[in-house]
Design a protein around this ligand. Structure first.
Ligand SMILES: Nc1ncnc2c1ncn2[C@@H]1O[C@H](COP(=O)(O)OP(=O)(O)OP(=O)(O)O)[C@@H](O)[C@H]1O
Ligand SMILES: [Mg+2]
Length: 315
């Protein structure tokens, strides 16, 4: 069970942090008084990394809970096909996924599950591949359906699968903020570099780097410095490589996973919880500053249309 005293301590400590203002949900009217539907916007964060098993899902889930503790209405789009996926970490058993939204059997609201602290989970696993292969008209419909989430959420965190395929990239590029997770393993940061390079070839973005499973802050810093050096050396087109946070290697992550209790609720006073809080605060502060770039679902659509156009040209 979560330690509620510790959780409320943490909440008190972070009260001063601003969560980006919730989208304007007040109904608007035209000059003649006709009501028009409001157009709320979502702030979105894609958690990605290139290599498998570096801790993307763990970070996505615990970041979502940290932001929820800070007062945000948070959702997680579970685009992960890995073993320790979001549903499992939250002990949820989804009957329906994004696939059923695709087929029109369910609405997006109907497939939402509620996790701890009111965090919404959108089980997508089996729908993600289908999304990448959809004909354009169906895709537009689906994206319109997904955009309903903006009426109920402030922030959507997308837990991406490993790799750098189109299905991963479309979500990464469409999100407001990209969190790239790596570990000190050279294979992991080589894959992280390959992912950052691919992003830079599509769009000039800020990369929020998290070095996970480190033995010391110095080790995390070293990895961040190596990545910064190579991105500069090869003149990658990125606006910033921000060393957003690190997480120590902590066997308690595996304990929490075994018990199927989210780490942050079980160990709110741990070093890792503090590092996640630093990450959440940094992301919230940049999203508040850059809140104009937040039409996530339109961005997904634009990216995928471009991909299709490029594909047609090369045929
Ligand atoms: N900081 C950490 N310390 C110790 N173990 C960790 C840490 N972060 C994650 N782990 C463990 O590493 C394993 C992989 O984590 P996770 O499933 O989050 O990775 P992933 O990148 O999402 O993997 P996939 O690519 O399969 O989706 C899990 O067993 C998790 O508990
Ligand atoms: Mg995962």
């Amino acid at each position: 069970m979560p330690n509620r005293d510790q959780a409320s301590n943490l909440r008190r400590k972070v009260q001063a942090t601003a969560v980006p203002a919730a989208p304007n949900r007040e109904p608007r009217t035209t000059p003649d008084g006709t009501a028009v539907s409001p157009t709320p916007r979502l702030h979105t964060i894609a958690v990605t990394g290139g290599k498998g098993g570096v801790g993307k899902t763990n970070i996505a889930v615990n970041l979502a809970l940290t932001i929820a503790q800070l007062g945000g209405k948070v959702g997680i789009l579970d685009a992960d096909l890995g073993l320790a996926n979001v549903d499992m970490l939250f002990r949820l058993n989804p009957r329906y996924t994004l696939k059923h939204v695709l087929t029109g059997e369910k609405t997006i609201e109907e497939i939402l599950l509620e996790g701890p602290l009111g965090v919404s989970v959108i089980p997508a696993s089996s729908g993600i591949q289908a999304l990448a292969n959809l004909p354009e008209s169906n895709r537009r419909q689906l994206i319109a359906k997904l955009s309903h989430l903006a009426h109920i959420l402030d922030i959507l965190i997308i837990d991406t699968p490993a790799g750098i395929g189109d299905n991963v990239m479309s979500f990464v590029l469409a999100a407001n903020e990209v969190v790239v997770v790596t570990t000190p393993d050279p294979l992991a940061y080589t894959d992280a570099y390959a992912l950052i390079k691919l992003i830079s070839q599509k769009e000039k973005r800020r990369i929020n780097l998290v070095v996970n499973m480190v033995r010391s802050v110095a080790e995390a810093r070293e990895v961040a410095e190596i990545l910064e050096m190579v991105t500069k050396k090869f003149k990658l087109n990125i606006s910033e490589l921000s060393f957003a946070s690190y997480l120590p290697y902590d066997a308690k992550f595996r304990h929490a996973l075994r018990k199927q209790v989210p780490f942050i609720l079980e160990y709110p006073e741990s070093r890792s919880a503090k590092c996640l809080l630093i990450l959440a605060k940094k992301l919230l502060s940049v999203m508040t500053r850059n809140s104009h770039r937040n039409d996530f679902f339109a961005n997904v659509e634009a990216f995928q249309s471009n991909q299709m156009a490029a594909q047609k040209q090369s045929e």
